[in-house]
Design a protein around this ligand. Structure first.
Ligand code: AMP
Length: 546
């Protein structure tokens, strides 16, 4: 049968998300620290101006435009303007080593670099090695600053003289829109990339999901949004796109410093997302104890949400839940929402639900499989690797064929996370494949142990790793930061709390770590997660013999 087709060939392009910005809430505010504030209408115009500026520098379809900035309105402008021209936005991780930074800039074939003045020392170290960069735009951030290398000018000054008219073209929705490099693993970072279609579907699905829930962290047009995951990392979880489409007030904090708490209180920010460490820094800081955060909703991702942290946040009235995703997945895969049937559950049960890894979003499939890709039954006893399908997963790693094939072996994206699906369909991650502790032939979840130890009231932060052991293969060791630096009883407090979980049948006695090493710092990755690779190294160098 042949059906007629005279319709407009509607491609899922970011420009179709953007168009409503002009009319929906033209007077709504977008704020950058205490430095700048403007309306959605101004934002709409400036996105056009940025496209004109980039065009004047010769940017064409498929060209890479790279940004190195703190979380800002400028980044938001680039999230739209660059892909809407048909070019690709490369969001650079500002915490890469000089060597990795140069590698990613050359590997991505960046043509234009837009850099904040704070990164001048870093850029100067590597610019001699640039292979493709043609022009640099600098950001003075309203400070008296002139770079001592060649640039085409300052971002705000250059925008001023541009026209507000720009015709964003139509093109194939499978055109790549954004790219960035993964962090953390060995070797050089790998580039993941996302198309217009993927980002549009990711945005619309998240709007539907957040709008459909009431507990614990709905996100809708009445919210005030502030990201607390860097905009260079997985498009700040895609939430700036979501916020912009909904037309909410947006607050961009710039560099993460003392200003964050001031901004939350001043603008009554109601919705944020971050890794556990950032929330810990805010709620665990005695100086914030006097502040009321009861209007604040926070989605925690990037790492498991420890129960102890969730509890102390909830006790302060903060509404909290976990979300799960990774660089390769754009990122949102699951949210630990409460089902309507769970609205009246008690505090402890609620704590259990919101600290699970979550229920898959619409369109997302997650399977738990064994090494042969056989799907495992539901239940906490059936732990295996999580493999995923969704419309917004990276198709591979840029210019790295073998790793791309490996990522997608068997037609499913391999997360490298292990966990289980419970009887009700919620996912629970128990470890990273490379972090799980294998002791005496049994698997012990480092995340479970961290979760339990975090519930000890005298513990501020904890990380558990597996260390080599002649007899058992590996044994768990815990690094603990006490709330009170002089706490002599911290080790026995940790052991005692674990014994209560042994008694409750949650863990075996032999899973209790052999050592509790008291430290005043735990190393973090460039995106603020506990860096277990570095911890294992520290252990080997400093503690293994002791
Ligand atoms: P990245 O690609 O740097 O964003 O890291 C992704 C990894 O962070 C995942 O593969 C997980 O290991 C971890 N992760 C993210 N969200 C969660 C979560 N809710 N619970 C446990 N681990 C998580």
């Amino acid at each position: 049968m042949k059906f007629p087709n005279y319709a407009y060939d509607y491609q899922l392009l970011i420009k179709h998300l953007f168009e409503r910005v002009r009319d929906w809430r033209p007077n709504q505010e977008i704020i950058y620290r205490d430095k700048f504030s403007y309306t959605y209408l101004d934002f709409y115009k400036r996105v056009h101006k940025l496209a004109n500026l980039l065009k004047s520098l010769g940017v064409e379809k498929g060209d890479m435009v790279a940004f190195m900035d703190w979380d800002s309105h400028r980044y938001l402008e680039a999230y739209f303007a660059v892909p809407m021209m048909g070019a690709i936005l490369h969001t650079i991780n500002v915490r890469l080593s000089p060597d990795q930074l140069l590698y990613t800039i050359n590997h991505a074939e960046d043509k234009i670099l837009v850099i904040h003045k704070d990164f001048e020392p870093l850029i100067k170290k590597v610019m001699g090695g640039f292979e493709t960069v043609k022009d640099i735009i600098f950001i003075s951030d309203w400070e008296d600053y002139k770079p001592d290398f060649d640039t085409v000018g300052e971002y705000e000054e250059l925008l001023e003289s541009q026209s507000e008219e720009y015709e964003f073209p139509d093109f194939d929705e499978n055109t790549v829109a954004t790219t960035f490099y993964t962090t953390g693993t060995t070797g050089y970072p790998k580039g993941v990339f996302f198309t217009h279609r993927q980002l549009v579907l990711h945005t619309i699905t998240a709007i539907a999901q957040f709008g459909a829930i009431t507990e614990p962290t709905p996100f809708n047009q009445f919210d005030v949004y502030m990201p607390l995951t860097p905009m260079f990392h997985v498009h700040a979880w895609g939430v700036p796109y979501i916020a912009t489409v909904m037309g909410v007030k947006q607050v961009y904090p710039g560099r993460y410093d003392d200003m964050i708490v001031k901004l939350i209180l001043q603008h009554r920010v109601t919705f944020s997302h971050c890794v556990p460490t950032i929330l810990q820094m805010i709620v665990g800081n005695p100086a914030t104890a006097k502040f009321d955060f009861s209007f604040w909703k926070v989605v925690i991702g990037g790492a498991a949400l420890p129960k102890g942290l969730a509890k102390s946040a909830m006790e302060r009235g903060i509404k909290i839940m976990s979300g799960y995703g990774m660089s390769e997945t754009a990122p949102i895969l699951t949210l630990a929402v409460l089902r309507p049937d769970d609205m009246d559950v008690d505090f402890e049960t609620k704590l259990d639900i919101v600290t699970k890894t979550g229920f898959p979003e619409p369109l997302v499939y997650i399977k738990v499989v064994d090494e042969n890709m056989n799907e495992l039954p539901r239940g906490r006893k059936h732990v295996g690797e999580l493999v995923v399908r969704a419309p917004w997963l990276t198709a591979g790693y840029f210019k790295v064929e073998e790793k791309s094939k490996e990522l997608w072996r068997g037609g499913w994206l391999h997360t490298g996370d292990i966990g289980y699906k419970d009887e009700t369909g919620y996912i629970k991650i128990t470890d990273r494949l490379k972090d799980v502790i294998k002791t005496g032939g049994e698997w012990v979840s480092s995340l479970d142990l961290e979760n339990m130890i975090s519930q000890c009231p005298s513990v501020a932060q904890v990380a558990v790793i597996g260390v080599p052991d002649d007899k058992w293969g590996e044994r768990p060791v815990a690094f603990v930061i006490p709330k009170n630096a002089d706490d002599k009883g911290i080790e026995s407090a940790c052991r005692n709390i674990l014994l209560t979980f042994v008694e409750a049948g949650k863990i075996e006695k032999w899973a209790i770590p052999d050592r509790f090493i008291i430290v005043d710092d735990i190393p973090k990755t460039s995106v603020g997660k506990i860096d277990k690779k570095v911890l294992r190294k520290i252990y080997a160098e400093k503690y293994a013999k002791g």
